[in-house]
Design a protein around this ligand. Structure first.
Ligand SMILES: [Zn+2]
Length: 238
């Protein structure tokens, strides 16, 4: 267990977190030196990005509602708790939105660094390649720079991908993701919140499997759909 304090907020990293992130990095499936190097860089990028996301929740929460925030990175990603905080509805909204917001800002900063290194056109090309797999066309100068600095390029690529795509997925209206928690603030009754979550989760699982061929997305969102179905059923049993 790793424990430290950031901006006065206690952070705990549980051992299972590293396993999940290592699985997501793909390094365990490509155990050659290049695969392991990319995997370690991805693990670094994911850990920093998740911490920044949770710090967005925790710092905004402490500012808007007081209380004692705490961050835990565990098997299913990151969690920011706020004990004893008192929130208005808009305060709660901003606390939730600040997580994905912090991630998008971090991704934007990485893009700005890339613009400083490669110029706008080549940076945009590389971002298109990182985010949607577009084939980049680079100037000879940028290409040489990129080919000679593979670890740095892996870092840019993972940082953009994680902060953009995880941010977008996290904003889907599926409890307990941030998007689902925002839905819960504005949609009543609770049954409808779960119905929206089930529909969105099933759609995402299908899109993930068919379009991205991602078993991980299918399993994750299939599980979230099931979890919401269970929670909805338990509403009737009260
Ligand atoms: Zn969050």
């Amino acid at each position: 267990m790793v424990r430290f304090t950031l901006f006065g907020i206690p952070v705990e990293i549980q051992p299972w977190f590293w396993l999940t992130i290592a699985l997501l990095s793909g390094a365990l499936f490509n155990p050659d030196p290049a695969g392991i190097q990319y995997g370690l860089i991805f693990i670094l990028a994911a850990t920093v990005s998740i911490l920044v996301h949770e710090l967005g929740h925790a710092l905004t929460g402490r500012r808007l509602g007081g209380g004692y925030p705490k961050i835990v990175l565990w098997a299913m990603g990151g969690l920011a708790y706020n004990e004893g905080g008192r929130f208005t509805k808009s305060g709660r909204f901003w606390m939730i939105a600040a997580g994905p917001g912090a991630g998008f800002i971090l991704g934007g900063l990485v893009f700005l660094i890339m613009v400083a290194v490669f110029g706008l056109s080549d940076a945009a090309n590389l971002a298109g390649w990182s985010l949607i797999g577009m084939k980049p066309t680079l100037s000879a100068e940028s290409l040489e720079f990129a080919l000679n600095r593979e670890p740095l390029m892996s870092l840019f690529r993972s940082m953009l991908w994680i902060n953009f795509w995880w941010g977008v997925m996290n904003l889907l209206p599926v409890l307990p993701l941030d998007g689902g928690q925002i839905t819960q603030l504005f949609v009543k009754p609770q049954k409808l919140v779960h119905q929206i979550a089930i529909a969105a989760a099933v759609a995402t699982a299908v899109v993930g499997l068919v379009w991205r061929e991602s078993l991980f997305m299918a399993l994750l969102f299939g599980y979230l759909a099931w979890q919401n179905y269970q929670a909805m059923q338990s509403l009737y049993r009260r």
